[in-house]
Design a protein around this ligand. Structure first.
Ligand code: SAH
Length: 446
């Protein structure tokens, strides 16, 4: 069968979907994404389709198909199993010269939907010559190459969004549309961009799809100590890798130097990725880097990451909330001990909370933290868990209680990076092998 590939501009155009079941549920989102005016004709809808109706995203005609439904439609998707009913829709569409996609019988259809993957501004659509499995297999192979960076989409950068003073970094126009705001370049010549990308907690598979794509497109990568090494292993040989931990100076001067590197490389035209452990804005100093870029007129975008404050507990089988157990979780930095003059944390208020408390950077000050929480009223028997290098092969988990956790952690030789979790949730799933694992097996629950 010879097919002619084509991309349709459906914005504002009526597209009829006949059927309200599983097939329609899968087809409708891409039509909505293309801004088609979707009309679903079906006596009943799945809950997901019903949610689109409730949100006003599509029109539902609650009955069986009638040929007049096709009036004004540019395209029809037949998503019903009954061959006779599907054939009736198909025949009515043919009469009106409206292209018709059929879920029940591709050979009878006048149009096919290809297997699709979207990668930033690029859409890959594959036809398998009448074999949908082949199309999906080829599509998956291409997607894998795009995601791993072995197949580059190339072209000019189009991910940057915001820059300039007072303009927050925001979501990129992932479709390649113009950025909503762009600051004037501070110097003449091509201006690159900076993306602050959350690398996730440690497992290299826990970076976002967008983060991984930007990494594959980067000319310069400025990486933190906590960034998964395997992500760096995948970089093209010509990528300049700046190890932010090797920059000399004290912490403050180091941050200034990092800001300077980001701005300077971007102004020279590079696509810069600032790769940070977990989420860039959770104790990651991402805000300072955004301000530095904005001040220099460098377009900057932020890609959130899976934060260790949630993922490390999860990897150890600890849900930070649980119905009937904890209706809140609080994430605090323990890098300063309670009572330190520079501390911004109200430990006595935290001690009065009943929910989950997650402490990052708190290993060194754990004795003082545990003491302060007890002194201000948190019961000594409150369950506690310590997770070192969560989501990685080196993950270690210790379960204890508020009064004993500091001594036990020290005796067991735990070291950074580690999160400490206080609260009933630390024992809620005890004995259930339900960590996030590595995708092949569950993480050990100690
Ligand atoms: N932006 C990061 C946190 C940076 S602060 C995020 O969102 O995860 C660094 C602290 O994060 C470490 O001291 C430790 O407390 C915690 N941390 C980071 N990765 C961790 C991991 N894999 N396991 C346990 N704790 C981790």
């Amino acid at each position: 069968m010879i097919m002619y590939p084509l991309a349709l501009r459906l914005a504002g155009r009526r597209v009829l979907v006949v059927g309200g079941g599983a097939v329609a549920t899968r087809r409708v989102p891409a039509l909505l994404d293309a801004e088609a005016r979707v009309v679903v004709v079906a006596p009943a809808l799945t809950p997901a389709l019903r949610a689109h109706v409730d949100a006003g995203r599509l029109e539902w005609v609650a009955r069986e198909f009638a040929p007049a439904d096709l009036d004004g439609a540019w395209l029809v998707q037949v998503a019903i199993d009954d061959p006779a009913a599907a054939e009736a829709v198909s025949a009515a569409a043919l009469d009106r010269r409206i292209f018709c996609v059929r879920a029940d019988d591709r050979d009878a259809a006048t149009a096919w939907t290809p297997a699709v993957t979207r990668y930033g501004p690029v859409t890959v659509a594959v036809l398998g010559g009448g074999n949908p499995r082949r199309a999906v297999a080829v599509r998956d192979a291409i997607r894998e190459k795009l995601v791993s960076g072995t197949l580059s989409v190339g072209g000019e950068p189009d991910e940057a969004v915001a820059g300039g003073s007072g303009v927050p970094a925001g979501r990129a126009g992932g479709d390649g549309s113009e950025p909503t705001t762009t600051a004037p370049p501070a110097v003449a010549g091509p201006v690159g961009r900076v993306a602050l990308v959350g690398a996730g907690p440690g497992d290299p598979e826990l970076i976002t799809v967008r983060g991984r794509r930007l990494l594959a497109e980067a000319d310069v990568v400025v990486a933190d100590r906590l960034v998964p090494g395997l992500l760096l292993d995948e970089l093209r040989p010509d990528v300049e890798l700046v190890d932010a931990t090797k920059i000399p100076h004290g912490p403050a001067a180091t941050q200034e130097e990092i800001n300077r590197v980001l701005v300077q490389r971007a102004l020279a035209g590079a696509r810069v990725v600032r790769l940070k452990g977990g989420d860039p804005y959770v104790f990651g100093r991402g805000g300072e880097e955004v301000l530095a870029c904005a001040a220099a007129g460098v377009p900057v975008t932020v890609v959130p990451g899976v934060t260790s404050s949630v993922a490390a507990p999860a990897a150890a089988g600890v849900p930070v909330t649980h119905r009937g157990v904890a209706h809140e979780f609080t994430v605090v930095s323990g890098h300063l001990p309670p009572g330190h003059p520079d501390s911004l944390v109200d430990w006595s208020a935290l001690a009065r909370l009943r929910g989950t408390l997650v402490v990052l950077m708190g290993l060194r000050n754990l004795p003082a933290i545990a003491a302060a929480l007890q002194a201000h009223g948190r019961p000594p028997e409150t369950p506690a868990a310590v997770v070192q290098e969560g989501t990685t092969d080196g993950q270690r988990v210790l379960r204890s209680t508020l009064d004993a956790v500091a001594a036990e952690t020290q005796a067991a030789g735990f070291r950074a990076p580690a999160v400490v979790v206080f609260g009933e949730v630390a024992t809620t799933l005890a004995g259930v092998p339900a960590g996030t694992g590595t995708g092949t097996s569950a993480a050990p629950v100690a």
